[in-house]
Design a binder for this molecule. Structure first.
Ligand code: C2E
Ligand code: CA
Ligand code: CA
Length: 815
């Protein structure tokens, strides 16, 4: 029980303490004390004036009492003290301005002075203690009233410093109480009670008021500090940050513009104030999409964030530039809640916007050709599929969409031999041709993109139909196959195209692309420079090709490659002058595979290097066993020049086999010289230095065979068999062949005619003065084991011919 009571008391006192004692932070105590003392100082003249007046009145009242002398002395004391106080006040006023704080010692002095004054007044009741009856009633009453009044006045004047108020009033109250308590008069007892009550009320209200006073001071100080911080931050923000502040009124006209904003707008501040913000800014765009204008946002009277607006910066005329600002603002309301405008921040985001646009462009466009890239292609394909590709049963339009995959033929060769800068220029030119053609034939329905390397794709939606797609593909192939002039080089490449059409050819966009790719693969497999529509059977064909690739990779290791040899016959005596080595693949299940069926694949799959090296060594090794007047011709693929170690391979093959260099003839095609880089010509020259012969194969099938004859000192040209096959029916071709043979003589080149199949062809070619023949008429390509018997029979025939003279030439030729 007692414990409960003590806790209750404790709690009560704590609550009272919290209510009455102000919490002043140490740092502020000096300032608070200063304010307290100042407010007392302000009241000092009144307070001292009151003391003097009341002391004079009491002194005067005392004239009629038996205490005249004592009271006069007392009044003189009080008045002197009050005058001293006034003097202090004057001195303090003169000193005013220097200090902003007061120490605890200073406060203590004030309390002491108040206490002393209180003590002076406390003496008054004691001095006027009733000595005789009769007067006793009036004087104490007067004194009690005076004391009560003085307590009230003191409390009022010393309100802000309760310690001083209490020090002042307590001695007076005690003095008066003592007199009243000792009077023996019940009325005066009651007066004493009243005095106690009065003293308590004054003390408590002093304490309470002082607390409010101190708390207010602390709060005001805190507010001032915050204000300083905010204004510091604001000025820092306006100076340092890239953002700026602005304000508009309810009509949207600018009422505040920071320096930075004026600078960003390229106009001076005064010119902006009063101008409607939405007139300054053009098209607006919120993060969620475009809005009509800034004024529309203002009209909503709602806060907005990160609204992008365009603005014309700078003076009127050509130098005016469009900038982009990002604005965020909140509506402002007055104390009555009436909307008064907007206050917000802004920033110039032109650079960021441009960077973003650049990044977005990089993400969607190919840097080299400026065509949309794979990502854009896939997006376009997916849209085309959704809009047109789906079958009607699944909600599509039924129009269909198509994908054309295309790939440049022989591009890798150009890149490898002429170098990447030329390869890049070639890609740029090819891209432009492709885009122009697609624009021309399907316009906005077609999107051309570069998937990477020399691979391109076109999405066409809606599909213009099978025939139009075929026409587009044909036109693309023919455009891309026209000669290119790249940095002084004359370059020829081709293109192959594969086409797949939705919804027939696939169930989804990925399938459509895959099948267009398959059709492309087929187009390339069928000899390039062609286009193919996807067919279901292509899948099987592609699988077979892949199986072939796997097998070919093992062919060398499994010793499945063989060389066949086809004789070359001198046109005069019909003697064998040598053999051309022709590659065969003895496949365990496919049988004997012809080079036409795998050489191109070997080139594509990067296997030709190793295969070609094997052919070179094998051909030299075989030829070394033949009579020394017989030569051997070896076909070279352009890729063998690209690797760069061809010359050393040839040197090594000659050394290992012991074959005399002049017995080796290397056949190259125009394809190699198309990309006549310094590198290729250097290798050819180095081969010539070794002593081997160089022949131009398939002469006449390319674009500028003749031109190449001047570029490099060939030893031989081999007229392509297509000319030989046609020369009898086509006199123009016969004329060309005659000219070529003549050219050979002039340039001191040997001329070989390929594909001689009939004695009539042989006769005609002999008349044209070709040096050598090669063809089924004389001998098909044969395995190495058949060579000795072939040579024997050739020798026998020659001898017979020698015997028979020159008659019956046809009968003498081996069939
Ligand atoms: P090519 O260099 O023009 O070889 C001549 C081709 O014509 C050979 O076909 C040969 O069998 C064929 N031929 C010869 N005489 C006649 C004829 O009277 N009538 C007809 N219709 N054809 C005749 P093959 O052996 O199938 O070779 C085809 C092509 O494969 C060759 O054309 C050559 O470009 C390439 N090739 C062959 N072996 C190699 C090789 O070891 N390396 C490289 N890179 N290519 C090779
Ligand atoms: Ca050849
Ligand atoms: Ca040939």
């Amino acid at each position: 029980m007692r414990k409960v009571a003590s806790t209750l008391i404790h709690r009560g006192l704590s609550a009272l303490y919290a209510r009455l004692v102000p919490h002043v932070p140490e740092a502020m105590a000096g300032r608070v004390r200063m304010e307290q003392v100042q407010s007392i100082l302000r009241m000092t003249p009144v307070m001292m004036g009151a003391n003097i007046v009341i002391a004079v009145l009491v002194g005067a009242a005392g004239l009629a009492s038996p205490h005249t002398i004592v009271l006069t002395v007392w009044a003189a004391l009080v008045i002197s003290y009050a005058l001293l106080g006034l003097r202090g006040w004057f001195a303090a006023r003169r000193r005013k301005g220097g200090k902003s704080t007061v120490s605890q010692h200073g406060v203590n002095r004030v309390v002491l002075q108040a206490g002393l004054l209180g003590c002076l007044w406390a003496i008054l009741p004691i001095l006027t203690m009733p000595r005789e009856q009769g007067f006793a009633g009036a004087m104490p009453m007067l004194v009690a009233c005076v004391i009560a009044g003085m307590i009230g006045c003191g409390g009022f004047a010393l309100l802000t410093l309760p310690a001083a108020a209490i020090a002042y009033s307590t001695p007076m109250a005690l003095g008066a109480l003592w007199v009243l308590a000792t009077s023996g008069d019940p009325v005066l007892y009651a007066l004493g009670g009243l005095l106690i009550f009065c003293h308590l009320v004054v003390s408590v209200s002093c304490l309470a008021h002082a607390k409010i006073f101190a708390d207010r001071l602390v709060a005001a100080e805190e507010l001032e500090k915050q204000k300083q911080v905010v204004s510091l931050l604001l000025s820092d923000f306006e100076e340092g940050a890239s953002d700026w502040l602005w304000e508009v009124d309810a009509a949207g006209a600018l009422t505040y513009v920071s320096d930075r904003m004026a600078a960003a707008a390229g106009v001076d501040k005064a010119g902006l104030i009063g101008q409607p913000m939405s007139e300054l800014c053009g098209a607006a765009e919120t993060p969620t999409g475009p809005v009509a204008a800034l004024s529309a946002l203002f009209a909503e009277q709602k806060a907005f964030r990160d609204v992008t607006v365009s603005i014309a910066v700078g003076p009127d005329g050509e130098t005016r530039q469009t900038h982009w600002w990002s604005l965020s603002a909140k509506p402002v309301h007055d104390l009555n809640g009436v909307f008064t405008g907007f206050r917000g921040v802004g920033a110039d985001i032109t650079q960021a916007r441009e960077d973003q646009a650049r990044i977005s462009r990089l993400a969607h466009y190919d840097v080299l050709t400026q065509l949309p890239n794979r990502l854009s292609f896939l997006q376009a394909l997916s849209k085309a599929w959704t809009d047109h590709g789906k079958p009607r049963s699944k909600g599509g339009t039924g129009a269909g969409c198509a994908v054309l995959c295309l790939d440049l033929d022989h591009f890798k060769g150009v890149n490898d031999s002429l170098g990447h800068p030329i390869g890049d220029d070639l890609l740029i030119q090819a891209s432009a041709r492709l885009r122009d053609r697609v624009d021309d034939l399907v316009g906005d329905d077609g999107l051309v993109s570069r998937l990477g390397g020399d691979e391109f794709a076109v999405v066409v939606a809606p599909s213009p139909g099978h025939a139009a797609l075929g026409e587009l593909a044909r036109a693309i192939v023919s455009d891309l196959s026209l000669p290119y002039a790249v940095r002084g080089h004359h370059v020829l490449i081709g293109a192959s195209v594969g086409i797949a059409v939705a919804p027939f050819d696939a169930d989804d966009p990925d399938g459509l692309l895959k099948n267009a790719d398959l059709a492309l693969y087929r187009a390339k497999g069928d000899g390039r420079g062609a286009y193919r529509f996807f067919e279901t059977a292509m899948d099987i064909w592609a699988q077979e090709r892949r199986a072939l690739e796997l097998d070919l990779r093992d062919a060398l290791a499994k010793d499945e490659l063989k060389l066949f040899f086809q004789p070359l016959i001198g046109s005069g005596e019909h003697e064998v002058t040598g053999f051309e080595a022709l590659l065969r693949w003895q496949h365990p299940t496919r049988g004997l595979v012809a080079p036409a069926d795998f050489i191109e694949c070997a080139e594509q799959w990067g296997l030709i290097g190793a295969i070609g090296e094997w052919v070179l060594f094998e051909a030299c090794r075989t030829a070394a066993t033949w009579p020394s007047h017989l030569s051997v011709a070896v076909n070279l693929s352009p890729n063998q020049f690209a690797t760069g170690d061809l010359v050393s391979q040839v040197r090594k093959a000659l050394k290992v086999s012991g074959l005399a260099p002049e017995r080796l003839e290397l056949e190259i095609t125009e394809g190699l010289l198309l990309h006549d880089s310094a590198k290729t010509l250097k290798q050819l020259a180095a081969l010539k230095v070794l002593g081997v012969k160089i022949a131009m194969d398939d002469f006449g099938t390319g674009y500028s065979s003749l031109a190449y004859l001047w570029r490099f000192p060939f030893d031989k040209i081999k007229i392509d068999r297509s000319f030989v096959a046609e020369m009898q029916d086509n006199t123009a071709i016969a004329d060309i062949l005659r000219t070529v043979a003549l050219l050979g003589q002039t340039l001191n080149l040997k001329v070989t005619a390929e594909g001689v199949e009939t004695p009539a062809q042989a006769r005609l070619l002999a008349d044209m003065r070709c040096d050598t023949f090669q063809g089924f008429l004389y001998g098909r390509p044969m395995p190495v084991g058949d060579i000795p018997s072939f040579l024997l029979s050739n020798m026998a025939q020659q001898m017979r011919r020698g015997d028979e003279g020159h008659e019956g030439e046809e009968a003498a030729v081996a069939g």
